[in-house]
Design a protein around this ligand. Structure first.
Ligand SMILES: Cc1cc2nc3c(=O)[nH]c(=O)nc-3n(C[C@H](O)[C@H](O)[C@H](O)COP(=O)(O)OP(=O)(O)OC[C@H]3O[C@@H](n4cnc5c(N)ncnc54)[C@H](O)[C@@H]3O)c2cc1C
Length: 313
C-alpha cells in the first residue's frame, strides 16, 4: 500500500513528531515523505532511518501556509497514488488535514493514537483525553493525523532518496512578517520530561528551584494558566485545555490543584507525579505518585537527590 506522510521541515529541522508520523506510516505500507522549503538533502535523507524510501521536496515555497501545503500534498498524493496520507496532529497538521480531506474526498481520522486494527478501525483520543473511541473511514482514500507522543519513534535503518518536484502550491494571500520562536533548550511539545508549577509557588521569584529541578533532570518547564496570565511565566509554557497539550513520559506537577482544564492538556502523560500541600487536591486522583508536602521543602531535596543520583551513575 502506498502511504504519503507530510513532514514539516521548516527551519531546516525535523521535529520528533514528524519522525513519529513516518514510523506510523511505515507500519501501514510503503512510505513516501513530502515536504517543502529549503531543508538540506542530508537532513531529509535521514527520514529513511524511520522507513521513508523517498522524499518529495517542493523548493518553490517556504513556510507553513496551509493552503499552499494542502495543494502540494494533494499533488504528491496523486503522483504516488497514495491510499493513505499521514500527518502529525500538530498545528500544521490540524490546519491542513481537514482541507486535504475535502480536496481528495478522503475520510479524515484525527487525533489517532494507534495503528488501524484488522477491520480498519483506528483508536482516537476524544473529550480532551478523557476517553478514546474507535473510528473507521469508509472511503477508499484516508487521511490520518497522529497525536504527538502516541507511539515511540522506531529506527529501521536506510536513507531516503530525494526528488525535487513541483507541488503546484500556487500563491499565498498570507504575508508572514516575522516569527517569534519560544526560547529554551527543549521545546515543550517534544519534551519527554516536564517539570510544571502552579499558583502554589506564590510568585515568579520562586521559579529558580523549578528550573533547577528541570535542569537536573534534563526536562522542559511548564506552568498552569493563572501563572501565565499573571505573567509569572511566558504564555508558551501554559499547558492545558487552552494551552499546549503534552504527552511526556514524566510530568511533575508542583503546587498545581489539578483542575479539569489543566488535566485536559496533561492527562496523556505516561507517569504523573504530584507535589501538593493539600492531600485533597484533585490532581492526586490522576497521579501515579504523590507527595503531600510543601514544595519549598520537597523540591530542593528532590534537586539534591537527582544531582546525587546522576553523579554516582
Ligand atoms: C475555559 C477555561 C479554560 C482554562 N484553561 C486552563 C488551562 O489550559 N490550563 C490551566 O492550568 N488552567 C486552565 N484554566 C484554569 C483552571 O480552571 C484552574 O483555575 C487552574 O488550573 C488553577 O491553577 P493552579 O492549580 O496553578 O492554581 P490553584 O487552583 O490556586 O491551586 C494551587 C495549588 O497549589 C497548592 N499549594 C499551595 N501552596 C503550596 C506549597 N507551598 N507547596 C505545594 N503545593 C501548594 C494548593 O493546595 C493548590 O492545590 C481554565 C479555566 C477555564 C474556565
Amino acid at each position: 500500500m502506498s502511504i504519503l506522510v507530510y513532514i514539516n521541515s521548516n527551519g531546516n529541522k525535523i521535529a520528533k513528531n514528524s519522525f513519529e508520523a513516518v514510523t506510523y506510516a511505515k507500519k501501514l505500507g510503503d512510505v513516501t515523505a513530502v515536504t517543502n522549503g529549503k531543508a538540506d538533502n542530508a537532513i531529509l535523507a535521514d527520514l529513511g532511518k524511520y522507513g521513508a524510501s523517498k522524499v518529495l521536496v517542493d523548493r518553490s515555497f517556504d513556510g507553513t501556509d496551509e493552503q499552499q501545503i494542502t495543494r502540494m500534498v494533494a499533488t504528491a498524493a496523486e503522483k504516488v497514488g497514495a491510499e493513505t496520507v499521514v500527518f502529525s496532529d500538530d498545528l500544521v497538521g490540524k490546519a491542513v488535514a481537514p482541507r486535504l480531506s475535502v480536496k481528495m474526498n478522503a475520510g479524515l481520522i484525527s487525533s489517532a493514537t494507534g495503528v488501524p486494527q484488522g477491520d480498519g478501525t483506528v483508536p482516537v483520543n476524544v473529550f480532551s483525553g478523557k476517553a478514546f473511541a474507535f473510528v473507521k473511514a469508509n472511503t477508499s482514500k484516508k487521511i490520518i493525523s497522529l497525536l504527538p507522543n502516541s507511539i515511540p519513534v522506531e529506527e529501521v535503518g536506510g536513507s531516503a532518496s530525494i526528488e525535487e518536484f513541483n507541488g503546484n502550491a500556487g500563491d499565498t494571500r498570507v504575508r508572514v512578517k516575522g516569527i517569534n520562536r519560544p526560547e529554551g533548550d527543549i521545546p515543550l511539545p517534544e519534551a519527554e520530561l516536564v517539570v510544571s508549577a502552579g499558583r502554589g509557588l506564590k510568585g515568579p521569584e520562586n521559579w529558580g528551584m523549578i528550573e533547577d529541578l528541570a535542569k537536573a533532570l534534563g526536562a522542559a518547564t511548564a506552568c498552569s494558566r493563572p501563572v501565565a496570565d499573571a505573567d509569572w511565566r511566558p504564555h508558551h509554557e501554559h499547558v492545558g485545555q487552552t494551552g499546549v497539550a503534552i504527552r511526556p513520559n514524566l510530568y511533575i506537577a508542583i503546587g498545581i490543584s489539578g483542575a479539569i482544564q489543566h488535566l485536559a492538556g496533561v492527562n496523556g502523560s505516561k507517569t504523573i507525579v504530584v507535589i501538593n500541600t493539600d492531600k485533597e487536591a484533585p490532581f492526586f486522583k490522576a497521579a501515579d505518585y504523590g507527595v503531600v508536602g510543601d514544595a519549598f521543602e520537597v523540591v530542593p531535596k528532590l534537586v539534591e537527590a537527582v544531582k546525587k543520583f546522576k553523579a554516582s551513575n
